[in-house]
Design a protein around this ligand. Structure first.
Ligand code: MG
Length: 243
């Protein structure tokens, strides 16, 4: 497979959308999937089902711009496939790496070695060409990679997906096409926050916390997205005007 394109490894549940309602339904109705019954049971739950607002159009834009979009998940293939069919996302992704591929020996993190092999990435080229996006630091962090940027978005299922497009472009542009270089470039422009962490504020007023996390003896660059509430955003813009 060509290595011309960059790869974005997306966690599934609570990163791309809310799909767990289907898992609950399947547990209770293990014989067959009756779609109407699923939506009936969904209507009674408050959890909702489907992709994050704006996510499907973001994925298709990224794809047309030369990115591979792949799913990396602890979930089973059957569950992911059924979720994608029901949410209208069956043909959006280039690959699904399910729990068979991703689950490591340890009770946290994910293995990405199968993804690397499929996309002709080495551990070295992955620093430049692979970006990992997930909502859960404990589950989604790579256990077999180093210097591959992990975008931690704990509020992904509640935010509009366009927020992520800004973050992906920021990393790509700052590093001139090299995600890890982009991370380091942004790290050098960070401000020290009250929490002792380094923060970068985007022009849209999104607070990005940058740090290096040690995992299995390896160093993972983490960019953690904090939501900026509207009331804070306006005061931030006021501060910027004064500077
Ligand atoms: Mg998740």
């Amino acid at each position: 497979m060509s290595n011309k394109k960059k790869v974005i490894a997306w966690d599934f549940d609570d990163t791309l959308g809310k799909f767990k309602a289907l898992a609950y339904f399947l547990e209770q109705n293990s014989d067959n999937i009756f779609v109407d019954y699923f939506y009936d049971s969904l209507a009674m739950s408050e959890d909702g089902f489907g992709f994050v607002e704006g996510m499907r159009s973001l994925l298709s834009r990224l794809s047309s711009r030369g990115y591979f979009n792949v799913i990396t998940t602890w979930a089973t293939r059957d569950y992911v496939d059924a979720s994608l069919v029901l949410s209208g996302g069956r043909n959006i992704f280039d690959d699904v790496f399910d729990r068979e591929n991703c689950l490591p020996e340890v009770p946290f993190g994910k293995r990405y070695k199968h993804l690397l092999k499929k996309y002709d990435l080495t551990r070295k080229t992955a620093e430049k060409d692979l970006l990992i996006i997930g909502d859960d630091l404990k589950r989604d962090l790579p256990v077999d990679l180093e210097k591959v940027v992990f975008v931690h978005h704990p509020y992904s299922s509640k935010a509009h997906a366009d927020l992520l497009e800004g973050v992906i472009d920021l990393l790509d542009l700052s590093g001139h096409g090299n995600f890890f270089a982009g991370f380091n470039q942004l790290l050098s422009k960070c401000l020290l926050g009250n929490d002792g962490r380094k923060h970068y504020f985007t022009e849209e007023g999104v607070d990005l916390k940058l740090y290096v996390k040690r995992c299995m003896g390896k160093e993972i660059p983490v960019m953690s997205i904090s939501m900026v509430p509207e009331y804070f955003r306006s005061s931030l813009e006021d501060i910027k005007r004064m500077l």
